[in-house]
Ligand binder design. Structure first.
Ligand code: ADE
Length: 229
């Protein structure tokens, strides 16, 4: 999969994308990330990428002409995402859908916003949650991270099956979206906090039932709205 990120701050991505699973995905050639510096598409020698809003108002807006030319510089025809707090909320289902695309372009907004005509040039506007960031860069990192791990070959499929929000886990274990059950490793007793006995029993059927029950219990406690759907 190819992902192009259109940003005014390409350097912000370097460390995040050169570590751990995202790095491995790129090393294995399952993922190619390109950082497109929006400023390279400015029309004047001052590299101006923003301007005052028509009708007045505070702050500056990213210019639509500059952004569209940056999009058009991407060779493969990508599925284009604009990041904005006013977009549709991102979730695991959306991550799965995006992981099946061949080529993505992600536009990071900045300043007070972007000329609204940009929406006519994108496929989808996405928000990562009901809060406002200073720009789209961190949102883009979150989307790339959650999408990259779902590309076939990046992570062992068994790890994906049992995690929170996994459609397969939901179907087999609990009949709906649930949070993942608690897990433990050694030591068996840490300062009096013991690993549940059932997990030491070796009875896989019983362990499976326990995990299902704990998953529902945890969901009821922290995300009860998931059980209503
Ligand atoms: N840019 C600023 N806030 C954002 C958000 N919540 N999601 C995506 N992009 C953003």
């Amino acid at each position: 999969m190819k992902i192009a990120i259109l940003t005014l701050f390409p350097l912000a991505f370097e460390n995040v994308f050169s570590e751990s699973i995202i790095k491995k995905a790129q090393d294995k050639k399952l993922l190619k990330i390109t950082l497109v510096d929006i400023r390279n598409f400015a029309h004047d020698k001052h590299q101006k990428v923003d301007d005052k809003p028509y009708g007045g108002g505070k702050g500056m807006l990213l210019k639509v002409d500059v952004l569209v030319e940056a999009i058009e510089s991407i060779k493969e025809k990508p599925y284009i995402i604009l990041l904005s707090p006013s977009g549709k909320t991102f979730n695991q289902k959306k991550a799965l859908g995006l992981s099946q695309k061949k080529s993505l372009a992600i536009i990071c907004g900045h300043y007070e916003g972007i000329d609204s005509r940009i929406e006519e040039f994108v496929d989808e506007v996405i928000s990562i949650g009901d809060f406002v960031l200073t720009g789209g860069e961190i949102a883009a990192m979150i989307i790339v991270d959650s999408v990259a791990r779902l590309i076939p070959g990046v992570i062992h499929p068994e790890s994906l099956e049992t995690e929170s929000f996994s459609p397969k886990y939901a179907k087999e274990k609990s009949g709906g979206f649930r949070l993942e059950h608690p897990q433990y490793t050694r030591p068996e007793n840490f300062r009096g906090h013991k690993v549940p006995k059932i997990l030491l029993s070796g009875n896989h059927q019983k362990i499976d039932q326990w995990q299902k029950k704990e998953s529902v219990k945890k969901t009821r406690k922290t995300r009860p709205e998931l059980l209503k759907n």
